[in-house]
Design a protein around this ligand. Structure first.
Ligand SMILES: C[S@@+](CC[C@H](N)C(=O)[O-])C[C@H]1O[C@@H](n2cnc3c(N)ncnc32)[C@H](O)[C@@H]1O
Length: 330
């Protein structure tokens, strides 16, 4: 019955009687929603056609039992604990589950510190290298204000006049608090022209989108992470610029074709390293490029993107190399 469930989900299923009908925050896409007959779920990351929405994030609905799955991004734990507590009904319980190697023990300590009404966090179970904690029953209705988590930081964007520019970001959005050195190298070699149709694939807090929009391009930006999409939207809006910024797992929500697709593609996911998303981007890019259009990427120099770009486009040109990064064009 639990064959394809992740380890945290298998641990939860040992408490299926108590947790049936729970509201799940950040659940994995492993069937746990169905198996626990969940009251609903809130994902921050798009998975295939499953799209998170800001309305879900801002909804104030409460449940008797709310289960938070430890997020991969440590920067997001405090925010999601606050969110989970705010979704728990008075008299209800808030649960936290996650893997030991991903830091569940320290997250549980953060969970305890977040219980401002004197409540305590109790370890309920441990198995499959995971731990399950619970707090409650709570006697205080907590509120959650997403706007309390914004940060802004000034950056200088190579090739873009009028700086410093300001990036806005929510917790766990890449690259919070600074401009990534790979992105910096890419922007130094980015040439956009007014009216050009540009797609920023994996927009994060929006530095590439901002640079392209400042250059007069018509920008579409996507990210699978809802908080990244909200961050790029705000980065653009605060600069007085416009663009179409959407939640999309890869190209799944993209229509139309572009003169230029630009990306600092994702390759880290939690404790594992994977090039899967970047390879998917390269292989599918030709279907979203106008005739004569280009794909411009920056990547760690050791990654095998040149081979995949060569295989896909029949060409790959290294535009720049510095600091362990390569800017690649096909
Ligand atoms: C290396 S960051 C680059 C962020 C930003 N463009 C910059 O240069 O600072 C890669 C981004 O890709 C996003 N991402 C990861 N997997 C994705 C997927 N399957 N589809 C779309 N975006 C994805 C991540 O959320 C992250 O914001």
């Amino acid at each position: 019955m639990s064959g394809s469930l992740s380890n945290p989900s298998q641990l939860l299923m040992r408490h299926a009687d108590a947790l049936s009908g729970s509201f799940l925050i950040n659940p994995p896409a492993d069937g746990i929603m169905r198996q626990l007959q969940a009251d609903g779920g809130l994902r921050l990351t798009a998975h295939g056609s499953d799209q998170p929405s800001v309305e879900q994030l801002r909804s104030g609905e409460r449940s008797e039992n709310v289960v938070l799955f430890l997020p991969k991004s440590r920067a997001r734990i405090a925010m999601l604990i606050d969110l989970a507590l705010s979704r728990t009904a008075i008299g209800g319980r808030t649960w936290l589950v996650g893997a030991k190697k991903e830091g569940i023990a320290s997250a549980a300590r953060q969970f305890g510190l977040a219980l401002t009404d004197g409540g305590t966090v109790r370890k309920t179970d441990a198995a499959r290298h995971c731990m399950l904690f619970q707090a409650g029953p709570g006697d205080t209705a907590r509120s959650f204000d997403l706007d309390a988590y914004w940060e802004s930081f000034p950056v200088s964007l190579p090739g873009v006049d009028g700086g410093p520019h300001t990036l806005f970001s929510l917790p766990g959005v890449f690259a919070r608090g600074r401009l990534d050195p790979g992105t910096e190298l890419l922007l130094g070699h980015l040439q956009t022209s007014p009216g050009q149709k540009v797609l920023d694939f994996g927009c994060g807090a929006g530095p590439i989108t901002l640079a392209a929009a400042r250059g007069g391009a018509r920008v579409t930006a996507l990210d699978s992470d809802l908080l990244a999409v909200l961050s790029t939207r705000r980065t653009l809006a605060e600069a007085g610029l416009t663009g179409d910024v959407m939640v999309s797992d890869g190209f799944s929500q993209v229509n139309g074709s572009f003169d230029l697709i630009i990306s600092n593609p994702p390759f880290h996911q939690g404790v594992q390293t994977t090039s899967q998303a970047a390879h998917g981007l390269i292989r599918q890019a030709p279907a979203y490029l106008k005739p004569g259009g280009s794909l411009l990427l920056v990547a760690n120099a050791f990654l095998d993107y040149p081979r995949v770009m060569q295989e896909t486009f029949g060409r790959c040109h290294c535009v720049a190399e510095a600091g362990g990064y390569k800017v690649l064009k096909a």
